[in-house]
Design a protein around this ligand. Structure first.
Ligand code: UDP
Ligand code: MG
Length: 326
């Protein structure tokens, strides 16, 4: 596909799909409409089927059969959206790459504006964030806000509240992301970590066209813990400081008891408070060990060098896998 100087710039749209049979048709129609408006570019679509259990693959195959711009990667099981995005980035051949949800919560109508920013305004990536969380359970919004607040305080990378994974990236930016081959991926952090010039666009929350969200509260909670462990060592420091502080207090308490015994005798009284202290310190130790264990388990997974995903099926001539920088 390397042509003359004036060949159209290619944009690869990566779409992670997990049980999205109901929304894929809407998505395809809508993105086609926007692509038709952007005459100076050539679009291609890369659907990453993240081990869906419904008819998602059937829909993708149908699309691929009638449109040769559609390619796909299909996972052997559900590896999660992070793995799907990574697979998409590895297989994307475009000059520009954009990641979009299949449920149209990432409005394709922003694409012309995003493309303009990377081609004319000198940005390397254009990111999006939603400024409202309309239609989302209040409890979920609340914890999401707390999470972003906490992350920005305890980690070096900057996280935007409401940031989406919807992002248009230049080739250089994509290659930088791919050079981060870590197993525990937290893309919202990685995006910021690689740097480059990023423009932020804001939009109002849109509810998904069809189907339902794939993120349970528990899944999001675990995801946020992953984010914290991947981008911050602060919990480790907190546990060490807490541990040291408690040791200090315990030593003083023991000295106090010895002195009290020597001066007044009768060491048997006051045992309930001692028991409290023992339990407190025991609990703190467990807490610290737990935090340590969290980091250790992450390190363990990294050291094993497991692949981030396993593809069962890959289509399309353009879906050539990028060689990884080693
Ligand atoms: N997704 C995925 N693997 C998963 C969960 C989600 O590929 O394990 C995809 C999903 O198909 C959708 C996108 O990630 O295209 C966002 O998921 P969803 O809309 O359920 O999340 P929400 O918008 O509710 O945060
Ligand atoms: Mg969604």
């Amino acid at each position: 596909m390397t042509g003359g100087k004036d060949r159209k710039k290619k944009i690869t749209v990566i779409v992670p799909c997990y049980n999205e049979e109901a929304s894929l048709h809407y998505f395809y129609e809508e993105i086609q409409r926007v692509a038709a408006q952007m005459t100076e570019t050539a679009f291609e679509y890369l659907f990453v089927d993240d081990g869906s259990r419904d008819g998602t693959m059937k829909v993708i195959r149908e699309l691929a059969a009638k449109d040769k711009k559609v390619a796909y990667v299909s996972f052997s099981r559900n590896f999660g959206k992070e793995a799907a995005m990574y697979a998409g980035l590895r297989h994307a051949g475009g000059d520009y790459v954009v990641i979009m949800d299949a449920d149209l919560q990432d409005p394709p109508s922003l694409l012309p504006q995003m493309y303009h920013a990377v081609t004319e305004e000198g940005y390397d990536s254009v990111a999006t964030r939603r400024v409202t969380r309309k239609g989302e359970p209040a409890i979920r919004s609340f914890f999401a806000r707390r999470f972003y607040h906490l992350m920005n305080r305890i980690s070096d990378v900057e996280l935007m509240d409401g940031a989406r994974d919807y992002r248009l990236m230049s080739r250089a930016y994509v290659d930088a992301l791919l050079s981060l081959g870590e197993y525990n991926r937290f893309s919202k952090g990685l995006f910021g970590w690689v740097g480059f010039r990023t423009k932020w666009l804001e939009f109002e929350n849109v509810e998904r066209v069809a189907g339902e969200t794939k993120w349970s509260f528990w899944k999001l909670f675990r995801y946020s813990l992953d984010g914290i462990v991947a981008f911050s060592s602060t919990p480790l420091y907190i546990s060490s400081i807490l541990g040291a502080g408690m040791c200090g207090i315990a030593v003083m308490a023991i000295l106090f008891i010895i002195v009290r015994q020597l001066l007044f005798g009768g060491s048997a009284y006051g045992w309930p408070s001692m028991a409290c202290i023992v339990i407190l310190i025991g609990g703190l130790q467990l807490l610290c060990v737990g935090i340590l264990g969290l980091y250790l388990s992450k390190a363990y997974l990294e050291v094993k060098h497991r692949p981030i995903y396993i593809a069962r099926e890959i289509s399309g001539a353009d879906a050539n896998e990028k060689e990884l920088p080693s």
